[in-house]
Ligand binder design. Structure first.
Ligand SMILES: Nc1ncnc2c1ncn2[C@@H]1O[C@H](COP(=O)(O)OP(=O)(O)OP(=O)(O)O)[C@@H](O)[C@H]1O
Ligand SMILES: [Mg+2]
Length: 287
């Protein structure tokens, strides 16, 4: 593996004094223009962002506003057309090919909407797979897989294939796999998009735990407004620019989320009452 001048954190508890720069991620005046034949799409228009180590940040905004583009730049999957991306004090544009591979394998973990697990492997094998590119021996890799299954509370499901797990469980396994090589930063693109509200809340809870108890930096792109309850900060993007951020936004979104949940509960209650009423009517009709 290539030597890198990259600050590496290995599951160390947060002390509050994180070295010279507390920023895990800095995006400076990033412009991203996609060119497809004659067509140019400006996905990001001079976006600036700073995320502190251990912070849990949610990125929200309408479809097409540039959320995935931004995560791809931070994760080193793509480069900005103009501007710079600094992750853990490293300017990603300065990495050569080997260093960029090392960065993607060890510094950032990715979680996607559709879980991205290999269907023919068990949960334990899926979690262990990313450690194969590390220098760990077989025994150490097995120990790491066990730790990861315990971290996401699924040690009893290790032998299950993804098809034998619920959506929420599959996503927890996908998060465990993304953490296999101890990345200090976790990027998640619509991690609750495929889940019902209970399983979605479980995933947000887990992400919050990873940020608060393990000091990992979490950046989530999502349409799920309940994330406001779990995140330290919500950033809104509109047309490739950050619109608003801050506690007022968080409070408002949190209130909106509560109202939606209350409405959902009321709907369920009404449908239960309607069922009961139907049953009573049916039994009355029989008598
Ligand atoms: N590889 C690509 N080539 C060309 N255009 C692209 C590419 N990827 C994204 N775009 C365009 O860039 C803009 C931003 O896309 P992006 O995927 O970042 O949006 P998003 O906020 O993640 O949307 P969603 O909420 O639907 O996932 C969109 O107009 C999209 O069509
Ligand atoms: Mg997207």
């Amino acid at each position: 593996m290539t030597e890198m001048k990259m600050e590496r954190e290995r599951d160390e508890p947060r002390t509050g004094a994180e070295g010279p720069d507390k920023a895990a991620v800095k995006v400076n005046d990033a412009i991203k223009i996609y060119k497809t034949g004659e067509l140019e799409v400006v996905a990001l228009r001079g976006l600036n962002l700073e995320v502190s180590k251990g912070e849990f940040v949610a990125i929200m905004g309408p479809s097409g506003c540039g959320k995935t583009t931004l995560l791809n730049l931070i994760g080193g999957m793509d480069r900005p057309t103009v501007g710079s991306i600094i992750v853990n004090n490293t300017d990603l544009s300065e990495l050569d090919t080997d260093q960029a591979c090392d960065f993607r394998a060890n510094t950032v973990g990715f979680v996607f909407q559709f879980f991205n697990l290999l269907p023919e492997l068990t949960a334990r094998e899926n979690v262990e797979l990313p450690t194969r590119i590390s220098n760990l021996g077989r025994k150490e890799r097995e120990t790491r897989a066990q730790e990861l299954l315990e971290l996401v509370d699924l040690e009893e499901r290790g032998a299950h294939k993804p098809s034998q797990l619920s959506g929420g469980e599959q996503q927890r396994i996908a998060i465990a796999a993304a953490l296999a090589n101890h990345p200090p930063i976790l990027l998640a693109d619509e991690p609750t998009g495929e889940l019902d509200s209970e399983a979605g809340a479980g995933i947000l809870d887990l992400l919050r735990k990873l940020s608060k108890e393990e000091g990992r930096t979490i950046i989530v792109a999502t349409h799920d407004i309940r994330v406001a309850r779990y995140a330290d900060r919500v950033l809104r993007i509109l047309d490739g620019e950050i619109l608003t951020q801050g506690p007022e936004d968080l409070t408002r979104l949190s209130q909106e989320a509560s109202q939606r949940e209350e409405i959902e509960q009321l709907r369920n209650r009404v449908s239960e009452l309607t069922d009961t009423l139907t049953r009573i009517r049916q039994s009355l009709a029989k008598t």
